[in-house]
Design a binder for this molecule. Structure first.
Ligand code: LLP
Length: 413
């Protein structure tokens, strides 16, 4: 199954020849996104959940280029935001307020007031903000509550959010406090939200969350949606497991039927996929600046670094890397390192078709949390971004230039 998914993913990839020609035109380092891959992923979700009442909100924190947001809108997906600025971007892209969800964490109440002003859906994640919300809005504005279920899940502790030491959500053991506030201020609780983490490969984790919801539903008579967050895993390498969304779709269908039978009310499930929609759509193309040989290692030093793709250094994430300039011949072993003045490794002891200085490498699965987490560290420019949509190649962000490094600085000396 995992192997099949991987092959399917490879068949939908942009070809090395196309990636090279785009990089030759726009220079490197360069992010390239396939809009068609995003569409394909969304259609997979729609198919997998076609028998259940489910809505998808793209977790825009993964990638917010305005063209990506517009594409997400055009294919009919809703949008999830993690800051009120992302909500403004979503509105700017053309999303209607009712299709925007703001799942907040640790924010000033002012941001919630601003979100109410925008008329968007909101999930509140602390008792303190729930109380302020109740006092100010009472029953007038429907809202969701983000809960922490004390479930450990996710690809890495740094991207696990549902466990008992996590800052995210209101701990489930504080249910009585939640209910007191809801009752006291007559708050209109329209939804419950639980996101346990990113890269959740086991469907059983989502179903554990569903069980938690099952128990909670009777406490909230006005509930309409149950939001299971994002976190669907995609394949980063061969034999990697993806979340089995077909299985999840059928389990969610059964869950909603059981829930309806038990409570004689209809509910909708919401999901907030980020990586699933955009990870595989993105490529970071980089040029090999130097080859350096030491004892047992050949370093391929490239013209990008952790400032452009932080995932390998931050989460020990594996990103597949290939030489797209040389498609045949001998395979050799390289350690691919960035140009940032820190330990900055993209891949250790990788087998690549022989690399020469000047060759272009493609780093895969770079669509989610790639450009979005990039910075100007070492005063390097952020890369340009290119979108490929139905064969049409468009520049969607210019590469930084020197003035960008000084933008917003105020010279006082
Ligand atoms: N919903 C909520 C409330 C979230 O916190 C997140 C991710 C998502 C949805 C989307 O999760 P996804 O489907 O993308 O796994 N920078 C890290 C990932 C951080 C995820 C933060 N929250 C990485 O590159 O792995």
């Amino acid at each position: 199954m995992a192997q099949d998914n991987y092959l399917r993913m490879m068949q939908q990839e942009l070809s090395p020849e196309l990636l090279c020609s785009i990089a030759n035109k726009y220079g490197t380092p360069l992010y390239v996104y396939s809009a068609d891959k995003i569409t394909a992923q969304f259609r997979n979700l729609q198919t997998a959940f076609s028998n259940s009442n489910t809505r998808f909100f793209y977790a825009s924190k993964a990638l917010t280029n305005i063209n990506i947001l517009k594409h997400i809108l055009n294919i009919g997906c809703s949008i999830d935001c993690s800051s009120v600025n992302e909500a403004h971007l979503a509105l700017h892209a053309g999303f209607k307020p009712e299709n925007i969800l703001y799942t907040s964490n640790g924010i000033d109440f002012k941001e919630i007031e601003e979100a109410v002003g925008l008329g968007i859906n909101i999930n509140i994640d602390s008792l303190s903000n729930l109380e302020k919300f109740g006092k100010k809005y009472g029953h007038s504005y429907p809202v969701g509550i983000r809960l922490r279920p004390n479930i450990m899940a996710g690809g890495n502790l740094k991207i696990s959010t549902g466990h008992s030491n996590s800052k995210f959500g209101i701990p489930i053991e504080q249910l009585n406090e939640i209910l007191d506030l809801v009752q006291q201020h007559h708050i209109f609780i329209r939804g419950l939200h639980i996101h346990t983490g990113s890269e959740i490969k086991d469907v059983s984790v989502f179903m554990k969350v569903a069980e938690v919801f099952f128990e909670l539903v009777p406490h909230f008579p006005e509930l309409e949606f149950l939001d299971l967050g994002g976190g669907f895993k995609v394949a980063y390498k061969e034999r990697d497991h993806e979340t089995d969304i077909i299985l999840l779709g059928s389990e969610i269908e059964k869950f909603l039927i059981n829930l309806e039978n038990k409570h004689q009310r209809k509910f909708q499930c919401w999901f907030e996929p980020g990586k699933y929609l955009v990870s595989e759509s993105g490529y970071l193309i980089t040029k090999v600046n130097v080859l350096k040989t030491s004892q047992n290692t050949v370093f391929a030093g490239v013209d990008t670094g952790l400032n452009h793709l932080i995932r390998p250094m931050m989460y020990d994430a594996y990103h597949r890397i290939t030489n797209i300039s040389n498609l045949k011949g001998e395979t050799k072993t390289y350690t691919i390192t960035g140009n940032i003045c820190e330990t900055d490794t993209f891949g250790t002891d990788r087998h690549l078709l022989e690399v020469h200085e000047g060759d272009l490498l493609a780093i895969y699965n770079a669509g989610a949390y790639g450009f979005e987490m990039s910075s100007n560290y070492n005063s390097r420019y952020k890369p340009a971004e290119v979108l490929v949509l139905e064969g049409k190649v468009s520049l969607i962000r210019k590469r930084d230039e020197f003035t960008d490094l000084l933008r917003n600085q105020i010279t006082v000396l």
